[in-house]
Every structure is written in structure tokens, then in C-alpha cells.
Design a protein around this ligand. Structure first.
Ligand code: NDP
Length: 286
């Protein structure tokens, strides 16, 4: 046995319910392998009533961190030692990392979106006007990060009034970016001065792959960057409509890879092999 040999793997993973179809293991394990790290990513079914015990288990087993998915992203706030300022604003944590004995809550969803925007579309959101379709968890994470990055104005377009108001109020009271709310009850016309449009609803997600958000598609222009959070399938009808009008498009697969890459770096301290992660997920989604 060489001096460097160790039989102990560092452990991370995801707590969720249901969780069996969560593909994150594929990209993180591919990344650990490519980076030569003896780390393992475990997909773990945790029922809602068992989250406290699971978080104690994470501490007891000295796991290096965890991802949280449905239904734990908000509840986990009760079991952390600290929460990053942007995750606290968003009100949800999707990644826990360890700092010594402390468990720190982070939210990498919006950060992943931002990285996709700045790296893949080479677009700095500072001073830009944004339209976000949806006001759920993904919309909250994306709009908070865009506001913190200096977006000029954000319009939230949402079907349910209460959720839309909560998000618009959050942006108006807790960030420097003014926000307005449009109640979404008919085809929405994207204002001509919009720079960035984001579908942050679940419309278009597999298996409902022909569904697309109810907007006036002729209001999309070549001057806009049009983005979708849907990772599967990456090429949604919404993005196809935007591309047909000459817009720059960004898919949800990029966001998913980058949020995982940011988590990978938080956990391991090593720059993530983004291309390897992208390829691994692309194979999963066919
Ligand atoms: P939520 O359930 O929290 O929010 C869903 C949002 O979509 C709500 O605003 C809801 O409106 C709206 N919505 C759903 N169906 C319709 C419809 N038919 N018409 C109008 N509005 C609709 O979900 P999340 O925000 O957590 O997730 C949204 C999507 O984002 C999912 O598909 C998920 O896969 C994706 N996602 C992608 C990530 C990535 O890395 N690519 C990361 C995280 C999420 P209302 O309030 O009126 O109900």
C-alpha cells in the first residue's frame, strides 16, 4: 500500500423525496473521476419528517456536504449553523457545505444561471432589464442573483397573485433593483426594451415537451437573450421560438451544470471539470 492510499471516501449527495430520478449523481461522479478525487455522491431518499435526523446523520458521518431537493430546500434552514446572504434572501438552500464543524447553507441555482449568462452568452446583467416568467423557487433564486448583480429592473410575470407579490416585494424591499408584477392571465407581450427573458416556470419539462409559456412570440426580438430553466429537454419549444426570431438562447442544462460545478468547487476546493459534467448529463437526457 502506497502512503497516499486511503480506503475512506469523502461523502456528499442529495436528500430528497422523491429522489430516485434526480440525475445529479451522474455529473458529480463523472466530475470526481475526472478530477481524480476519492469522493462519492449518494442519492438518498429522506422523507419530510426525517430531515432533522438526516442532517444529524450527515454531521455524524462527517459528510462534506449535501444537496437538497424537493421538499427540503426551505425546511433545511432550521438545521444549519450559517446561511449565505444570498441564500437567506432567496429563503432556500440547495447546497450545504462544511466549514470545519459548521454547516453552511448556500443556494447555487441562481448562481448557476448567472454563470451560464456571463460565460455562455457573455452577458453582464448589470444595467439590464429583465422579464421573469414564474415566481417559484427557480424564479426566486434567479431574480435575487440578477438583482444582486445590478439588473436595472425586473418584471415578474406570474399566474398566482400571492406568489408573484411575495417575490416582487422581496426584490423591492431587500435589493436595489426595482421590480414590478404582471398577473399572467393572457398571452404576455414582452416589452420591446427587455434585454433578458427567463422562463422560470416548469412549462416544457419532460414529459410535457411540447408545452410552451403563453406569451406573444412575435414580441421576442434578436436583441434579447432568451433563457429557459428546463434542463430536460434542453431545447424547448420556447427556446426554438426565440431562436427562430434571432434571439440569443440559453438552456436549462447549462444552468444545471454550472450550479453543480459551483457546488463541486464549494465542496472540494477544486475547479470543476465543467465539460465532463455537461457531457455526462447530456447523455442522461439523450
Ligand atoms: P415551483 O413549483 O416552485 O414554481 C413553479 C412556477 O411555475 C410557479 O411560478 C408557477 O406559477 C409556474 N407555473 C407552473 N405551471 C404553469 C402554467 N401552466 N402556467 C403558468 N405558470 C405556471 O417550481 P421551481 O421554481 O422549483 O421549478 C421550476 C422549474 O425550474 C422546474 O421545471 C425545474 O426543473 C426547473 N429548475 C431548473 C434548474 C436548473 O438548474 N436548470 C434548477 C431549479 C429548477 P403559480 O405560482 O401560478 O403556480
Amino acid at each position: 500500500m502506497s502512503q497516499a492510499t486511503t480506503y475512506k471516501s469523502e461523502l456528499v449527495g442529495v436528500f430528497g423525496h422523491p429522489v430516485a430520478e434526480n440525475p445529479t449523481i451522474v455529473m458529480q461522479e463523472a466530475a470526481f473521476k475526472a478530477a481524480g478525487l476519492n469522493w462519492r455522491y449518494l442519492t438518498i431518499e429522506v422523507y419530510p419528517q426525517d430531515l432533522a435526523a438526516a442532517m444529524n446523520g450527515l454531521r455524524a458521518m462527517n459528510m462534506q456536504g449535501i444537496n437538497l431537493t424537493i421538499p427540503h430546500k426551505v425546511e433545511v434552514l432550521n438545521y444549519l449553523d450559517r446561511v449565505a446572504p444570498d441564500a437567506a434572501l432567496i429563503g432556500a438552500v440547495n447546497t450545504v457545505r462544511r466549514e470545519g464543524d459548521l454547516l453552511i447553507g448556500e443556494n447555487t441555482d441562481g448562481k448557476g444561471f448567472l454563470r451560464s449568462l456571463t460565460r455562455d452568452a457573455q452577458l453582464d446583467p448589470a444595467g439590464k432589464r429583465v422579464v421573469i416568467l414564474g415566481a417559484g423557487g427557480a424564479a426566486r433564486a434567479i431574480s435575487v442573483e440578477l438583482a444582486l448583480a445590478g439588473a436595472e429592473h425586473i418584471t415578474i410575470v406570474n399566474r398566482s397573485v400571492a406568489r408573484g407579490e411575495t417575490l416582487a416585494n422581496l426584490l423591492n424591499t431587500k435589493t436595489q433593483t426595482p421590480a414590478s408584477l404582471v398577473i399572467w392571465n393572457s398571452a404576455y407581450k414582452i416589452p420591446a426594451n427587455t434585454d433578458i427573458v427567463v422562463n422560470a416556470t416548469s412549462i416544457g419539462l419532460y414529459p410535457d415537451v411540447e408545452a410552451k409559456p403563453d406569451i406573444e412570440y412575435n414580441s421576442l426580438t434578436a436583441a434579447m437573450c432568451v433563457c429557459d430553466v428546463i434542463p430536460n429537454p434542453p431545447r424547448t419549444p420556447f427556446l426554438r421560438e426565440a431562436a427562430a426570431r434571432g434571439a440569443t438562447t440559453l438552456d436549462g442544462l447549462g444552468m444545471l451544470v454550472y450550479q453543480g460545478a459551483i457546488g463541486f468547487k464549494m465542496w472540494t476546493g477544486v475547479d470543476a471539470p465543467v465539460k465532463v459534467m455537461y457531457q455526462a448529463l447530456k447523455e442522461v437526457f439523450g
